[in-house]
Write a protein of this length. Sequence first.
Length: 222
Amino acid sequence: MLLCIPDVLKYAELKTIRRAIGEDNFKDGKLTAGYRAKLVKNNLQLDKNAPEADEVKSIVMAGLKRNREFQDAALPRTIRPPLISRYRKGMSYGWHVDDALMTGKPKVRSDISITVFLNGPGDYEGGELIISSPFGEQEVKLPAGSAVVYPSATLHQVAPVTEGERLAAVTWARSYVRDAAQREMLADMMAVQKKMAALAPDEAETDLAFKTYSNLLRMWSE
Ligand code: NI
């Protein structure tokens, strides 16, 4: 499931982030890329030891943690600290799959990849996130503060930026439910139970919807 979520970050938070990240503390993105991704990765990333890095990362993390839609769809168990990436004119990130086990102690399995857009589509040309799916290639370019969430198992790329500059936070989550199809069924069932609770709060079938959601989550979570 590919999910676009609006308003993960508020306007004031985006302003704080963009003001905090200067020009000086960005490094070659290849330094954090896996063996094969290195060959196609051409961007800049905020040095994780930069003085502003902690503040910026915690704003993005807080946005994801408080977002109900993200929490329901991703069921995150662990979220990796985000990387702040910058693509200047001519930069891109060719087709790759994200590492299955992300650095950390212990390593974190990546089930879900997340991109939070830190500036708007009007700030750059190109720079679409393109995700290969069974239904063809999906192009994503969202307003500042929105996020796209998709299975880490997919091949994806960031198209070349041909004008302006693209700023984004990217991160990964290990989900309580590792299988993307199961996560989708749970998200659907969540929508069903919420609607039933609103439309038919006193019906026994509403209890069954809650029971089914709960028991599927119990069956599949790890
Ligand atoms: Ni990637």
